[in-house]
Write a protein that binds this ligand. Sequence first.
Ligand code: HEM
Ligand code: HEM
Length: 166
Amino acid sequence: MKIWDLPTRLFHWLIALPVLLNYILEGGESPHKILGYIALVALVARIYWGLVGGEHSRFRSFPLSLHKVRIYLVSLLTATPKNYVGHNPMASWVYLGIWLMVFLLGVSGFMMGLDAFWGEEWLEKTHGALATITKFMVLGHFLGILVDTIKFKRKTWLAMITGKKE
Ligand code: HEM
Ligand code: HEM
């Protein structure tokens, strides 16, 4: 079944690849800044798409109620885990969290370049801390994909490339 339309997949990789690369190219050099801004622009595009885009990509269809998160997590411990066509409730929260982090990384990175904040240690520390928190959220994302792959016996990691889910 086709779940993720082309813009959703495109914006995913325009956010994911720069973020991953920025852990290698860390520091204030131009590639790091350019990649950071690419992620930021893609994030703005993704937010727009979340308002007007395809059914499963729309924020309105994210199952965000905490009740649903609990039911979902408990169901993972059973033989009949609850299946969601789009994002599951736990993943929806992780994605909102990652998007917020990418926004804050972009803003704190931009601020470091302003005269008013030049060389401010607290800002550099904040940017580094945000990057560390994001790293753990991305690890959580990978763990979620692994759990989905095992529980539903499907190639979940392919979904953001092909757009299809079994
Ligand atoms: C090799 C690396 C990655 C793979 C294979 C991958 C794969 C996926 C897949 C399959 C989904 C959809 C899950 C579902 O069907 O419920 C997804 C969604 C998502 N991933 Fe990744 N991902 C990767 C890296 C990243 C990174 C580094 C980030 C952090 C910036 C990230 C952030 C997200 C977000 C925010 C979504 C929600 C997408 C949307 O609704 O637009 N991913 N990813
Ligand atoms: C979007 C994702 C981003 C990620 C994952 C990221 C990650 C990182 C990491 C891991 C470091 C090293 C921190 C440390 O040494 O403790 C760093 C440093 C830095 N980043 Fe980013 N960054 C991002 C975006 C940006 C943007 C958009 C800018 C600016 C336009 C920026 C500017 C900087 C600067 C100037 C430093 C050096 C800070 C220092 O001197 O300690 N970053 N970033």
